[in-house]
Design a protein around this ligand. Structure first.
Ligand code: SAH
Length: 356
């Protein structure tokens, strides 16, 4: 049993079964035993690899995309250049390197990283040491009242979700309890449908709701409405995703989400529809990551970088392009959406908003 499992069992004995969201929060961010609080989980030696860790091209292209949106909105100065959940800081480093040549962009940018893990803040500070003036915040509420240009890659999948099942008597919330010190799922007493979008779902349905989206989305929407800007979100998930998507990953291998609290990464698919409902501003359509990167020029960038490489380095560079864009790899599992201030041009490369 992990140290965190023992603590959770004591908490369940004292307070009763907990929501899946509370369980996720403890597993990911418990100050002493939480997954992100205690390690740098990225890369081949860690538990999972993210797009910016696969290739510098991912951050370069998204950085130029965001800089284009900034330019199209009249190059406001100062503006907040924000990233949510920056991991090792690799994406922001690639954004900053790629945008060095964009006149005025660096001079106007006030870089803010929203990061809850002290361990990862230290890694980010190291990665970005040549950029003085980077600030950190625990929460999007700290984003300054000024134009906001924001990136979030694989951030929202770490936001805790609540799960509900439809039974003959109504909806029941899925809860984490234990039997003889083994964690297990149970169900609450029946309740009304927790989100009207799912009111007609049939018996046996399981749905997921991410309460944090509302708060985070409200702040981003307010900044975009009031001050201008754009927000690019990349993650896996769908439009009104259904079913149980809670997933644990340890050393690149899926495992039972209840098996080793604090030792495995826990994620859930992002429901982009609820994100779009939470962020009150104009938006693009949901666009496959592979299609977006091809439109932003990853083919040309791959060729350009390949000209300086040979042997194994060239092989892995080409493999990275394939991994980021091929529909059988990350290309269509990962989706991107952009939000932009009403009345402004969408960032380049995205599908148009189908509802506009
Ligand atoms: N964007 C990075 C890392 C993704 S992992 C990449 O693509 O490589 C998720 C990141 O979100 C980690 O940095 C983690 O510490 C952070 N995080 C998770 N929950 C958070 C929360 N509630 N508030 C702020 N940061 C959080």
């Amino acid at each position: 049993m992990t140290a965190l499992a023992a603590l959770l069992i004591r908490r369940i004995d004292a307070q009763g079964p907990m929501t899946v969201a509370d369980f996720m929060t403890e597993c990911l961010l418990h100050p002493l035993h939480g997954y992100y609080s205690t390690r740098d989980p990225f890369g081949a030696a860690g538990d999972f690899t993210t797009a910016p860790e696969i290739s510098q091209m991912f951050g370069e292209l998204l950085g130029l995309c965001l800089a284009q949106a900034w330019h199209d909105q009249g190059a406001p100065s100062p503006f907040t250049l924000a990233e949510l959940g920056p991991g090792r800081g690799t994406l922001m480093a690639d954004v900053l390197r790629a945008t060095r040549g964009v006149p005025g962009f660096h001079a106007a940018a006030r870089i803010m990283l929203v990061e809850a893990s002290a361990t990862l803040r230290a890694v980010q500070a190291q990665t970005l040491h040549s950029y003085p003036g980077v600030t950190w915040a625990n929460d999007v509420g700290a984003l300054p009242d000024q134009p906001l240009f924001l990136l979030a890659n694989e951030f929202f999948d770490a936001m805790p979700i609540r799960q509900y099942e439809r039974g003959p008597l109504g909806w029941h919330e899925r809860r984490v309890g234990h039997r003889d010190a083994v964690l297990q799922f149970g169900l609450s007493a029946p309740m009304p449908v927790p989100d009207r979008r799912f009111a007609r779902d049939p018996l046996g349905s399981l749905i997921e709701i991410c309460p944090a989206l509302d708060n985070i989305g409200a702040v981003i929407g307010q900044r975009l409405q009031q001050h201008g800007g754009a927000a690019i979100v990349v993650d896996y998930g769908g439009w009104r995703s259904r079913g149980d998507t809670l997933q644990a990953l340890c050393h690149h291998t899926p495992e039972d989400p209840l098996a080793s609290p604090g030792q495995a990464d826990l994620t859930a698919h992002v429901d982009f529809e609820s994100l779009a409902l939470a962020i009150a501003s104009s938006r693009t359509g949901l666009t496959d990551q592979g299609i977006l990167l091809e439109r932003l020029g990853i083919g040309q960038r791959t060729a350009r970088l390949a000209s300086g490489l040979s042997g194994q380095a060239l092989e892995s560079h080409r493999a990275a392009h394939h991994r980021l864009t091929d529909p059988a790899e990350m290309g269509s599992l990962f989706k991107a959406i952009a939000f932009h201030a009403p009345g402004t041009a969408p960032p380049p490369g995205f599908d148009p908003d189908p509802d506009a």
